[in-house]
Design a protein around this ligand. Structure first.
Ligand SMILES: Cc1ncc(COP(=O)(O)O)c(C=O)c1O
Length: 428
């Protein structure tokens, strides 16, 4: 068994294996072991798909029981008991207590399928073709989702020009006081701006892949208000920062808004493939079978997702824990920033998503490598990988959190020492 096999047999497209070059095998909570038995604290969290951790005992127990009784696994979109129970839990535990009324569409099992569906549905509903998305946005890699994604690394004109999409500045994209919602309003209201009223605006309330950019509640409210006034569908992409990441189940709850469409994936299936689109009743303009796909009935994900909603979201204990742990992460990040102001330029986040930005090229990649060598998985985000991103499972124990943050401290010290000794010039 050796890691070179992947180089020989797997496409060049492989990514995270390059940041974390070992063969992983077992995982529990927020710890992963490789085949040699080395433990790694997981601050990567499956890019937001493992909010409930690896192999949660309640999930494992439910899945084993379901499989043992030969519960149906894939049923496309037929009615199943597993789907029935998941739908009921989502409505009763999450939506109704928040005064939210949405129909649920089960789509192909990845986030990008949800985004693709949301864009298509909004266009059908409004009978308009343009969509507004934001600078540094990340919505996935199918062609529609790619068109509303910012990072040029993923774009190439060979893939087709991202037609009918206008990019607007995200909140605080510019250093000065320009409010991009005011700008959007001006464009929509000015008949000679050359700007067509879009079918939809798609937005992340916190841009995860884009570099942990947190929009203000006020900005989100203004955006929602504008969309209402101008009859534009507001799509909230909750794929990375929903499912409790910010402390609330939905990350937009802090703004008190009610989007027209919500995309949800990653942790909704506890890391098993599942993606859903929530839509207001009147937005549900599909005709039967009009948007379909084989893998829309992953019963194991329904079972796992349902038990986690039951387990964590009946009261606010979990939310309080998330906020409390998030404060600890923030404090430790700020301490590192204060220790190395020449290397780190900003700390930002909310709940349990935190980012530490560096203005020194490739420095965060160096910290991530140093962390990996010491037993911590932590990825970088942002267009240049200039932000170290904390996205640990929300269920991380105090012991795992302390251990991971201690490793991060050491990794930052080691990276600064290496950078001072010229390590970054060597890799440039
Ligand atoms: C906000 C957001 N939208 C969409 C996606 C795409 O999800 P997937 O990778 O499952 O297609 C991601 C993935 O990171 C995401 O963060």
């Amino acid at each position: 068994m050796n890691i070179e096999l992947f180089e020989e047999y797997e496409s060049n497209v492989r990514g995270y294996i390059r940041s974390f070059p070992t063969i992983f095998d077992r995982a529990e909570g927020a710890t992963i072991w490789d085949v040699d038995g080395n433990p790694y604290v997981d601050f990567f969290g499956g890019a937001g798909s493992l909010n409930y951790g690896h192999n949660h005992p309640v999930v494992n127990e439910a899945l084993i029981a379901y499989i043992k009784r030969n519960g149906i696994s894939n049923a496309l979109d037929k009615a199943t008991l597993a789907k029935h129970d998941f739908l009921l839990a989502l409505q009763e535990i999450i939506l109704k207590p928040r005064g939210l009324h949405y129909k649920v569409q089960f789509v192909g099992p990845t986030g990008t399928n949800g985004v693709e569906t949301a864009l298509k549905l909004a266009r059908k509903k409004m009978q308009r073709s343009t969509v507004v998305s934001f600078t540094n946005a990340y919505h996935g890699h199918t062609l529609g989702a790619l068109a509303v994604t910012g990072n040029e690394l993923y774009h190439d004109s060979y893939y087709g020009v991202p037609l009918n999409v206008t990019k607007m500045p995200y909140d605080n994209y510019f250093d000065h006081d320009m409010d991009s919602v005011d700008m959007l309003r001006h464009y929509v209201e000015d008949g000679s701006s050359g700007f067509e009223t879009p079918a939809a605006v798609i937005v992340e309330s916190i841009q995860g892949e884009g570099g942990v950019n947190v929009s203000s509640a006020e900005w989100l409210r203004k955006l929602s208000q504008l969309c209402k006034e101008k009859e534009i569908i507001l799509i909230l992409d909750e794929i990375q920062v929903g499912n409790g990441r910010t402390g609330d189940f939905f990350s937009f709850e802090r703004a008190g808004i009610k989007p027209d469409i919500i995309t949800l994936s990653k942790s909704i299936g506890t890391g098993l493939p599942m993606s859903i689109v929530l839509m207001r009743d009147d937005v549900d303009v599909w005709s039967p079978g009009e948007h379909t796909g084989t893998f829309r009935g992953n019963s194991h994900a329904f079972v796992a997702g349902m038990v986690m909603l039951e387990h964590y979201w009946r009261d606010d204990v979990f939310s309080k824990e998330i906020r409390e742990k998030g404060k600890q992460v923030e404090a430790r990040f700020r301490a590192i920033h204060a220790r190395y102001p020449d290397y780190f330029s900003d700390v930002r986040g909310l709940g349990m998503i935190w980012g530490m930005e560096s203005s020194v090229k490739d420095f965060c990649g160096l910290v991530s490598r140093e962390a990996f060598e010491r037993g911590l998985l932590m990825e970088t985000a942002g267009s240049e990988g200039q932000v170290l991103k904390f996205l640990a499972p929300l269920v991380i124990t105090q012991e795992e959190l302390d251990k991971g943050l201690d490793i991060l401290d050491e990794a930052a010290d080691a990276a600064v020492a290496k950078a001072k000794a010229g390590a970054l010039e060597e890799t440039a």
